[in-house]
Ligand binder design. Sequence first.
Ligand code: FAD
Length: 636
Amino acid sequence: MLDAKIPSGPLSEKWDKHRFELKLVNPANKRKYNIIVVGTGLAGGSAAASLAELGYYVKNFCVQDSPRRAHSIAAQGGINAAKNYQNDGDSIWRLFYDTIKGGDFRAREGNVYRLAQVSNHIIDHCVAQGIPFAREYGGLLANRSFGGAQVSRTFYARGQTGQQLLLGAYSSLMRQVAAGQVTLFPRREMLDLVVINGQARGIVVRNLVTGDIESHAADAVVMCTGGYGNVFFLSTNAMASNVSATYRAYKKGAFFANPCYTQIHPTCIPVHGTYQSKLTLMSESLRNDGRVWVPKTPGDKRSPNQIPETERDYYLERKYPSFGNLVPRDVASRNAKAQCDMGKGVGETGFAVYLDFEDAIKRDGKDVIAQKYGNLFQMYEKITASNPYEEPMMIYPASHYVMGGLWVDYNLMSTLPGLFVLGEANFSDHGANRLGASALMQGLADGYFVIPYTIGGYLVGMDHTEVTTDHPAFKEATHYVNERTGRLLSINGKRTVDDFHRELGHILWEYCGMSRNDDGLLKARKLIQVLREEFWENALVPGVSEDFNQSLERAGRVADFLEFAELLVMDAFERKESCGGHFNEAYQTEEHEAKRDDENFCHVAAWEYKGDDTDPERHKEPLVFENVELTQRSYK
Ligand SMILES: Cc1cc2nc3c(=O)[nH]c(=O)nc-3n(C[C@H](O)[C@H](O)[C@H](O)COP(=O)(O)OP(=O)(O)OC[C@H]3O[C@@H](n4cnc5c(N)ncnc54)[C@H](O)[C@@H]3O)c2cc1C
């Protein structure tokens, strides 16, 4: 039985009550504990800094050369909080409700309410760190709207919110590095988790510069290794984003929850070539002022400025008058696909829709629009050679974020005692669809405000037997890592790893992307198995292991993607309903919206690894709704 350990009592008092009931580690004893934090993004950076500030000794790992290069730095649009500075009707309850509804009623009430509660502390904390959030003329913090909300609650630093927040977390982290509480290990890739007596007690990493395999022991491991969106090959994620750390932990006993909940973001620069390896996000914040449209007539190839107003279909405003262009991402993405499938897509490929700022520029002036989105417009022009001040942007959905991840309880602990999972790496609080600007909120809530309390409760009660890296479990993990590395280097095939990855991405996009059906999912599973087999016979991984070898790094990650993708597809196949980002064509309303099956699928699906040659076991954590009524989601 999966016990989420949600505290009893009224929703608004659960977290307070829990914090009171959690056992504390006294200040002098904290320095007796060593904690490993893997990841230096917003979740990992904030966790490492906060745990060190409390007095724990922290070892902090990342694959980049600097903690500041974590993928979080790419976050553009903003971070949500229920401050209600706009006086427009926001409250903790509304943020909680919007998030539960946005996730299509597939998240836990207790977790989401806590997230809404601590959202306000995050903003205060970040302001104190000096984050240059946008401000109103009078000096108060400014807000804008994001999808799935009818209030303005998104705090932002132009289109660089993630960068500014990460610099804040990084400053706090470096303070602790200087104080000797945190030791940084950049350029290290976690390749295995070490479990001793049923508890997570360390990790094995590869030094990406020298190739050395290193072992690190600790009293607890906190994994903050981000999302697996790159399984689709083309995505808006950083190139290094991967599933390896979480997948290896899954193989060591941590359950993987809801892997099929993936988010396809509606506003990305469309694919423009076969050899492209990355897609670029155009922040959702642009939908505050940009209007989405397609020509009314299929196949209309006129340039956008020649298409008169009466011949344009502002389909989101038409179909969803209440939320208009700010419908949640799953809804906006599916609608864009539907328009393109009807032949109304624009651009050379026909896989794009317009995002038009003409009216906003007429209304507010170019300067105001430039102040809000200048850097995004500049980025768009650099990539496409088209000026969005003069003609509409062309956008299309792309893989962007994942709601699935390692299963965690209310304390953010996985099914493996001592392994905590934070940020995008856990299955998190977003249910089947994340609302814009809520990932940064969740990552920082986890790192600054949840783990500092909950880890203490675990440490006090754990088995305190001393463990060093001489333990046979470390030798075993090292042997596994060396053996796998050797196998990759000895394949000596003819096909590049990227080529395998690209094909995997095509399979997933085609059969397990914005819409899915049972036949396609069965087909995808077979195709993935065949591709995986070919990978181990024909992949080309040049170079040696005792050196800086990016081909080897990539090969390891793609090998994990090739296994994990099958789990993703299996999870999608087993969920016989549509909810949020998981849209099975067999389950839709008459208006083609996602149709849930609350009777049979109101649960988290958590997968347990059972060996390479055996199917994993699907466990359920029932979701209990005591405070909100389950309804058909409507944004009309
Ligand atoms: C283009 C873009 C824009 C976005 N904009 C927004 C936004 O405006 N608002 C919002 O709320 N969300 C946004 N998101 C989502 C948000 O940025 C991410 O969900 C969030 O930053 C993830 O943070 P994280 O700390 O969990 O992981 P990451 O920032 O991905 O950090 C992962 C860390 O783990 C390390 N790591 C990974 N694997 C290993 C390994 N095997 N061994 C060792 N270290 C490892 C990495 O080095 C890195 O330090 C955006 C996402 C994208 C792609």
